[in-house]
Design a protein around this ligand. Structure first.
Ligand code: NAD
Length: 497
C-alpha cells in the first residue's frame, strides 16, 4: 500500500481486494476480485449445489445449519476480532453483533420445516371433491449483497432464511468488509464441505451488479437506498425478485409519562452504538415539552462520557466523514445549537458524540441519513406532533417510543417496519420477528416466519378425492348443474352479512 492510501478505503491491486482498518490503515486481509465470468461460474456451481442441498430436506439442512451456528459460537472471539480489525467496530459491539447473527441462524434452522413444509388446507365447498395442499419451495440460487456496517448480522439474516428454505447462496460482501464475508463462507464450508452451498464473490459495486444479472433466482440486498434502486433496476431486466433492506432515519419519541432516564440511555445507545453507523440507529428524537429539558440534560450527561477510540469507533467509510460534517454544519447554519460536540466534532477517522437541538425540520441532519454519532432532539407539544414529525420522512425502517399509557398506540402509528417500546433496536434481537422497512427503506422482510417465506415460492396443489357432484370446471357440466351451483352459491353467500 502507498503512503497516500486513505485508511479504511478498499484497494484493488493486481486482482486482489485489500481491506484495511479505518483507524490504522493496517491490512486486515485480502481476497481475490471476481470478474463477470467468475460470478456467472459461481452461480452455475450454486445451481448444481442446490439440487443436493434441497435433497437434504428440512431436517438435513437443519442439522448442518446448527453445526455452523455452533462453530460460530465457538469462534465468536475470532469473528469479533476480525470485524474489529476490518471495520474498526469496538470488540464488544462486534461480539453482540455475532450473538444476534447466531440467534437468527438458530431460529431459521429450527423453524423452516414448520413454516415452509407441506401442509393440508381446509377444502372449500365449491370444489369439495378436491383436497388442498400448500408448501413453500426454494427459489434455487439467492444472491446476497451486503453492507459494511454490520457485516455479520446483515448477511447472516437473509443467508439463514434462504439456506433453511433450501436455496444456495452467492454472497457479495461489501468491499469494506470482504474478509469478514469470506470468513462466513469459509466457516460454512468447514461444516458443509460436500458442495459450494455458500460462496462469496468479491469486488466493488460492479460485482454486485454482475451478480444481479448472473442467473440468480432472487436477490437479497442490504445497503443504501440509492444502490437499492440500481439493484432493483438490474434485477428487473430478468424479472428477478428482490428483497431490499435500505437506509433509515429512525426517530425515538419521548412521551409525557416516559421514564426519562431510561429514554436518555436508550437514545444515546441507539444513536451512538457502532459510531452511529446503524441502519436502525436513532437519528432524531421528538420529546414532548414536559420532559424535554430533563431529557436533553440526561442525554448530554450520558453521551458526554463516551470516548472516541473506546466506545465510539472510527467511521468505517472515509467519505462518510464529509457527509457527517456537512449535516452538522447545515444544522448549525440553519439555527440549530450543539449541546454536545458540534462544529469540530469530525476529527478523521473519528467523530465525537454530537447532540443538536432546535434543528429546523428542513435541514439535512433531520432529512437525510447521517450515519454518524449525532442526534437531534426536538421539542414537541404532544405525542401527535411527535408522530407527525417522526413520520415526515421518505424512510420508514424502525423507531422507538418511550412512555406508558399510550406507548403501544404511538408505536402502531409510526410509519415503519419495526418499533421498540421502552427500548431501542431490540426487535433485531428476536429471531421470530420480521425485519424490514417501508418507503425508501425498502420492502420485503428478513428474519422470522416472513423472512423464511421471503426465500420460497408458495406452491398450491389440489388433489381430487372423488367424483364431482356438481361439476363446474369441465365442458361436460349441464345447464341444470350450473343452475344448481348458482343455487348453492345463493344459499351459502346470498344473504346480506
Ligand atoms: P451501499 O449501497 O454503498 O453498498 C451495499 C452493497 O451494494 C455493497 O456490497 C456494494 O458493493 C454493493 N453495490 C454497490 N453498487 C452496486 C450496484 N450498482 N449493483 C449491485 N450492488 C452494488 O451501502 P453501504 O454503504 O455498504 O451500507 C450502508 C447503507 O446500508 C446505509 O444506508 C444503511 O442504512 C444501509 N443498511 C440497511 C440495513 C437494513 O437492514 N435496512 C442494514 C444495514 C445497513
Amino acid at each position: 500500500m502507498t503512503a497516500t492510501h486513505v485508511p479504511g478505503l478498499p484497494v484493488i491491486d493486481d486482482g486482489w481486494l485489500i481491506s484495511t482498518n479505518p483507524a490504522t490503515g493496517e491490512e486486515a486481509g485480502r481476497v481475490p476480485v471476481a470478474d463477470e465470468k467468475a460470478v456467472i461460474a459461481a452461480v452455475e456451481r450454486a445451481k448444481e449445489a442446490a439440487v443436493w442441498w434441497q435433497g437434504l430436506g428440512f431436517d438435513g439442512r437443519k442439522t448442518r445449519l446448527l453445526r455452523w451456528r455452533t462453530l460460530i459460537v465457538q469462534r465468536i472471539e475470532e469473528l469479533a476480532e476480525l470485524v474489529h480489525r476490518e471495520s474498526g467496530k469496538p470488540l464488544a459491539d462486534g461480539t453482540i453483533e455475532a450473538v444476534a447473527a447466531v440467534e437468527h441462524l438458530d431460529w431459521a434452522a429450527r423453524h423452516a420445516k414448520k413454516v415452509l413444509g407441506p401442509r393440508r388446507v381446509r377444502t372449500r365447498i365449491l370444489v369439495a371433491e378436491h383436497s388442498g395442499h400448500l408448501e413453500y419451495q426454494p427459489y434455487g440460487v439467492v444472491g446476497v449483497i451486503g453492507p459494511w456496517n454490520y457485516p455479520i448480522v446483515t448477511p447472516v439474516g437473509p443467508i439463514s432464511g434462504a439456506l433453511a428454505a433450501g436455496n444456495t447462496i452467492v454472497f457479495k460482501p461489501s468491499e469494506y468488509t470482504p474478509v469478514t464475508g469470506q470468513w462466513l463462507a469459509d466457516t460454512f464450508a468447514e461444516v458443509v464441505p460436500e458442495h459450494p452451498v455458500l460462496q462469496a464473490v468479491h469486488g466493488l459495486g460492479d460485482v454486485g451488479g454482475a451478480l444481479c444479472r448472473a442467473g440468480v433466482n432472487k436477490v437479497a440486498f442490504t445497503g443504501s437506498t440509492a444502490t437499492a434502486k440500481k439493484v432493483m433496476a438490474a434485477c428487473a431486466e430478468n424479472l428477478v425478485p428482490v428483497v431490499l433492506e435500505a437506509g433509515g432515519k429512525d426517530a425515538l419519541i419521548v412521551d409525557a409519562d416516559a421514564d426519562v432516564t431510561a429514554a436518555a440511555e436508550a437514545a444515546v445507545w441507539g444513536a451512538m452504538t457502532n459510531a452511529g453507523q446503524t441502519c436502525i440507529g436513532i437519528e432524531r428524537v421528538y420529546a414532548v415539552e414536559g420532559v424535554y429539558d430533563q431529557f436533553v440534560e440526561a442525554v448530554v450527561a450520558k453521551a458526554g462520557k463516551l470516548r472516541t477510540g473506546e466506545e465510539i469507533g472510527p467511521i468505517t467509510m472515509p467519505r462518510q466523514l464529509d457527509i457527517i460534517r456537512d449535516h452538522i454544519e447545515d444544522a448549525l447554519a440553519k439555527g440549530g445549537r450543539a449541546v454536545l460536540g458540534g462544529a469540530g466534532a469530525v476529527q478523521a477517522p473519528f467523530v465525537s458524540p454530537t447532540v443538536l437541538v432546535d434543528v429546523p425540520e428542513d435541514s439535512s441532519e433531520i432529512r437525510e441519513e447521517t450515519f454518524g454519532p449525532t442526534l437531534t432532539i426536538t421539542k414537541v407539544r404532544d405525542a401527535d406532533e411527535a408522530v407527525r414529525k417522526a413520520n415526515d420522512t421518505p424512510y420508514g425502517l424502525g423507531g422507538s417510543v418511550f412512555g406508558k399509557k399510550n406507548a403501544i398506540r404511538i408505536a402502531r402509528r409510526l410509519r415503519s417496519g419495526m418499533v421498540a417500546v421502552n427500548g431501542t433496536l431490540t426487535f433485531v434481537g428476536m429471531g421470530n420477528l420480521p425485519f424490514g422497512g417501508v418507503g425508501e427503506s425498502g420492502f420485503g422482510r428478513i428474519h422470522g416466519e416472513d423472512g423464511l417465506r421471503e426465500f420460497a415460492r408458495a406452491k398450491a396443489i389440489t388433489v381430487r378425492r372423488g367424483p364431482s357432484l356438481l361439476p363446474a370446471m369441465t365442458f361436460e357440466r349441464t345447464p341444470a348443474q350450473v343452475q344448481q351451483i348458482v343455487k348453492a352459491l345463493r344459499l351459502l353467500y346470498g344473504r346480506k352479512p
